[in-house]
Design a protein around this ligand. Structure first.
Ligand code: AMP
Length: 115
């Protein structure tokens, strides 16, 4: 655990979150500032800075993907579809440096990125 990391502190129960799914290795909770009717963050419980670091831990990466799919299913998104986003680094707009998959859906989401 990184004591300076917001999401590590959520995993530790030090900061509250609305948890919607949990496995031994992952946690999923609602984004505090949702950008769509469904906006859930899926994280590995272990600290990885970003998706590049997560990719070096294939077991954790697979667990995050499986949990993301389970959240999408539980939130009723698999019929009409949804978006799974890993913002990475400054150009990617990453603000919290504990890797997280955004599961976003519940309405048409428009273009993938702004031009
Ligand atoms: P990113 O820009 O990809 O790093 O996304 C960080 C996300 O974390 C943003 O969508 C924030 O709204 C969200 N966020 C920040 N603090 C919290 C929190 N305490 N609980 C839930 N979501 C949070």
């Amino acid at each position: 655990m990184d004591n300076d990391c917001l999401f590590c502190r959520i995993v530790a129960g030090e900061i509250p979150a609305t948890v919607v799914h949990e496995t031994p290795t992952t946690l999923a909770f609602r984004d505090i500032d949702p950008k769509a009717p469904v906006h859930v963050l899926v994280i590995p419980k272990t600290h990885h800075r970003d998706v590049v670091a997560l990719a070096a831990d294939p077991g954790a990466a697979a667990d995050v993907l499986a949990a993301s799919a389970a959240v999408a299913e539980a939130e009723g998104l698999t019929g009409d579809g949804f978006r799974l986003i890993f913002n990475t680094g400054s150009h990617g707009g990453q603000e919290v440096f504990h890797v997280h998959a955004h599961v976003v859906g519940g309405r048409p989401l428009g273009p993938m990125v702004a031009r």
